[in-house]
Design a binder for this molecule. Structure first.
Ligand SMILES: *[C@@H]1O[C@H](CO)[C@@H](O)[C@H](O)[C@H]1NC(C)=O
Ligand SMILES: *[C@@H]1O[C@H](CO)[C@@H](O)[C@H](O)[C@H]1NC(C)=O
Ligand SMILES: *[C@@H]1O[C@H](CO)[C@@H](O)[C@H](O)[C@H]1NC(C)=O
Ligand SMILES: *[C@@H]1O[C@H](CO)[C@@H](O)[C@H](O)[C@H]1NC(C)=O
Ligand SMILES: *[C@@H]1O[C@H](CO)[C@@H](O)[C@H](O)[C@H]1NC(C)=O
Length: 117
């Protein structure tokens, strides 16, 4: 699923956040990629990215997958979250709000980012 979506030309950002109950801040696994390029500060892309990250935090904390897409090509941003089935809304929501901040630092300006917590 991921490779096929990833190969589409309009795919600009992926976030995969798999939550493992652990207090550690370090990511178990991470990929920052510039294969789709970088975005620039204060761009429409960045604004769409921030909207997407808010949506992932607001709507993605239930166990299972949540995906969302914001904006129009070429500034479209796509995200995917997976909260493991043995977590709950509170814990996964806390993880998501932490990760959405950290991923912007970790993969600064990169259009592709995947982390596994
Ligand atoms: C993207 O930015 C990184 C630094 O954050 C840089 O190393 C890389 O060359 C840039 N890639 C492109 C395609 O602009
Ligand atoms: C982006 O906008 C902020 C706030 O308006 C400004 O301080 C900053 O210099 C801008 N950055 C770029 C690269 O335009
Ligand atoms: C996700 O949450 C945002 C609030 O951040 C809301 O505006 C939006 O409609 C929600 N999207 C989905 C797909 O539930
Ligand atoms: C959610 O899971 C955490 C960690 O296992 C636990 O401490 C907390 O009590 C749970 N919260 C609810 C509402 O079940
Ligand atoms: C999120 O970060 C806060 C502050 O660093 C930390 O106390 C909390 O345990 C983190 N939440 C998760 C689920 O990792």
């Amino acid at each position: 699923m991921i490779p096929s979506i990833s190969s589409t030309q309009f795919l600009l950002l992926y976030l995969i956040l798999l939550f493992v109950p652990s207090p550690t801040v370090a990511f178990t696994w991470q990929v920052c990629s510039t294969s789709a390029g970088n975005y620039t500060a204060n761009s429409t892309y960045e604004s769409n990215l921030n909207l997407l990250l808010s949506s992932l935090v607001s709507n993605g904390s239930a166990p299972g997958f949540f995906t969302d897409t914001v904006g129009q090509i070429p500034n479209q941003v796509q995200g995917l979250v997976l909260c493991r089935g043995d977590t709950n809304l509170t814990t996964c929501g806390s993880c998501l709000s932490n990760v959405t901040v950290q991923i912007l630092r970790l993969c600064a300006d990169n259009k592709d980012a995947v982390v596994w917590v």
